[in-house]
Design a protein around this ligand. Sequence first.
Ligand SMILES: [Zn+2]
Length: 325
Amino acid sequence: MTGGKEQIMQARRFITGGKDVNAAVCCSCGVKAGTTEMKRAIKTTFTDFPQLVLTPSTMICAECERAYNDKNLRFKPIYSDKRGEYRIIDRAEVLDLICNPQDEWVLSVPYSFKKHHWLYAGLSDKHTAYIGTDDRTIIVEYDKINIVELVNSVKDCIAYGVPRKELKAGKYSVFTLVKFPFLNTCEEFFEQARPCGLIDLIVQYTPAVKDKKTFERKEENTMLTSAESNAVTLLGCIAKSSRYRAENGLQFWDGFFERRINRFKSLDAHEFVSKLSEAVGSINNGGYAEMVRDMSEDDLNDMMAVIRSKTHLIVAIVYAEKDRD
Ligand SMILES: [Zn+2]
């Protein structure tokens, strides 16, 4: 965890109302005098000691013990912007609170309702949020990310019907990419916010939508470079004449074709085409062998570079265009 320990201790002082004074320290907040032997205060089934015990002390203060035994802090989303107080919030409030940071605040949200999520919350301010979740602190740097735009984009994706699981992982099926071509642009934005756990949190706390938006696919002339267009044509011909596709269309598009491309894409163009067509049971009636033979060495290299770096996207475009003519 990155530099959150002091923030987390501050959050505990904040929630419990502890003053920043020197005293014989509590193992958890590091401020108040420990009054109970930690071993006696904490249930034996509790395993998350590294998060509860932040100082070498073996004593815990009354406020921290109370917080530890407070079921709300375990099961409910909690928010505080006033020292010594916290309130249980509605799930629907979570994203608004993140989008409107106060001078001093603490937010902690459960995922599984099994963990002491508050142990991971830090004291947040207008520049940085340290949000507690089941097993990590999510750090949001407001000066680096447009949080409102991010939350709205994720909400839109869910409203259009992009599967939550795929949004969380950033791994979209060919079918999803074809149905929602805007994901490519969104993803450039989302991928910065994924490692810190923020996308996970937003997806988790975006409410279910009653009226799904329908995404109107515009008659877009997807602006492909000539290398991309060559890649789409070549792979389209191979797919079209594949015996495997004719028999197992769904499996073919849902990973089979892409895995075979990945297996051979480091080869040079001629070898790639021959190995791939063999692997998918394709016979050269699409004329792709001639296409490759007639291309210049530079064009072939450019095309292969695209196939190597944008495999998933190219397969999605091939899939989208398969019924064109
Ligand atoms: Zn304490």
